[in-house]
Design a protein around this ligand. Structure first.
Ligand code: PLP
Length: 364
């Protein structure tokens, strides 16, 4: 097999090390690995499998299709898989049969879950689904309002009494943009937990924080922290490298130098086999570099299938050009690429095109 023109190398050993580090950092809270958006471009199934091997017992899927795919890939009942965003009219039958943990933001969603549970009740192997009741604590991105909360909890407790659901968790999502807002969200969540317990709900797990607040603030970790970005070694803090916070970037994007030609004023231009069709942001032109044999070369232009670079030192056609990675080969990290090109590292990995093969390097 010949070497591909462009590939995203996914280092599962780095993922394993990041997860160990993050689990330790948030303990005694549990770490949930959020694999939405194809694990931000890293590949949801291989990433989730590695997470389970690394000891993770909670996975966040976002949608039910992803959650069901993870179960079908062999992730068993010892691992909780949470879905929280549904299209209107969602049928929960398959999800309940597959033992997916279900977030509930409204009476309508609860009703649909009860309807599906009632249909399955009495069939072999029926287990009432575990609910994560969601309270809106200021982000206004689904979740029951404080006014709706008591009725939602009471309805869930009643459905539990009928054997259709199990109350299990109370949660919310925070902006992680300002400490004051996050503190207010925490207070609102804890008040919601008190209300829920007062109404007879079981609240075994309380969760609120994602990558940023989860690493930075002990008080918002509660029982579980949901992380995406930090698992892939992309810092969500300004001005820190992955190594500064004990992380290693998991994705390295590699291509090839496919040609050179003389440029203006005695310079040499190089052509690299990755372009915006592969998900390389066009804003990297004039802002970012790629590394060839340890030296950085400025990106001058991003075409659909290739990049134009200014060769800063001699390089031979066929050599590997590292677009972003850990820095071990002199390249920039995806967080640096994001900063320099005016986006987020998360956005860059998430948008690496499906046509770019992912090559998984196994953890030892
Ligand atoms: C995406 C998402 C996360 C993870 O966010 P990161 O900032 O990448 O850690 C956590 N919780 C919810 C509800 C999300 O949608």
């Amino acid at each position: 097999m010949s070497a591909p023109l462009v590939e995203a190398v996914i280092d599962l050993a780095a993922l394993d090390a990041n997860l160990a580090h993050l689990q330790h950092a948030v303990a005694p809270a549990e770490l949930m690995v959020v694999v939405k958006a194809d694990a931000y471009g890293h590949g949801r199934v291989p990433v989730a499998r590695q997470a389970v091997t690394s000891g993770i017992r909670s996975i966040g899927a976002l949608d039910l299709d992803t959650a069901l795919e993870l179960r079908a890939s062999g992730i068993g009942a010892e691992v909780s898989v949470l879905a929280w965003l549904y299209p209107p009219g969602q049928d929960f039958t398959e999800a309940i049969a597959a033992g997916i943990d279900l977030a509930v933001s409204s009476l309508g969603e609860l009703q649909a879950i009860e309807d599906a549970a009632r249909r399955l009740d009495g069939t072999a192997g029926f287990a009432a689904p575990r609910l994560h009741l969601k309270l809106d604590t200021g982000l206004h991105r689904n979740g029951a309002t404080a006014a709706e909360w008591p009725a939602l909890v009471a309805a869930a407790v009643a459905a539990e009494g009928a054997g259709l659901v199990r109350t299990h968790a109370v949660w919310s999502h925070i902006a992680e943009a300002s400490d004051d807002e996050d503190t207010l969200a925490l207070e609102r969540l804890l008040a919601g937990v008190e209300v829920a317990r007062g109404l007879g709900a079981t609240v075994a797990v309380r969760h609120l924080a994602a990558s940023s607040a989860g690493l930075r603030r002990e008080d918002v970790r509660l029982d579980l922290v949901r992380m995406g970005g930090h698992c892939w070694g992309i810092p969500s803090f300004d001005g820190v490298t992955p190594a500064d916070i004990g992380l290693t970037p998991v994705m390295t994007l590699r291509a090839r130098l496919i040609g050179t030609r003389p440029g203006p004023d005695g310079t040499t231009l190089g052509f690299v086999s990755a372009g915006y069709g592969d998900g390389v942001p066009r804003n990297t032109a004039g802002t970012c570099t790629v590394a060839i044999r340890g030296a950085q070369h400025p990106v001058l232009a991003v075409e659909r299938d290739h990049l134009v670079i200014a060769l800063a030192s001699a390089a031979r056609v066929g050599e590997v050009a590292v677009l972003f990675g850990t820095g071990a080969e002199g390249e920039q990290t995806v967080r640096q690429w994001g900063d320099l090109s005016g986006t987020l590292g998360d956005e860059i990995t998430t948008r690496i095109a499906a046509r770019v093969p992912r090559r998984y390097v196994a953890a030892q």
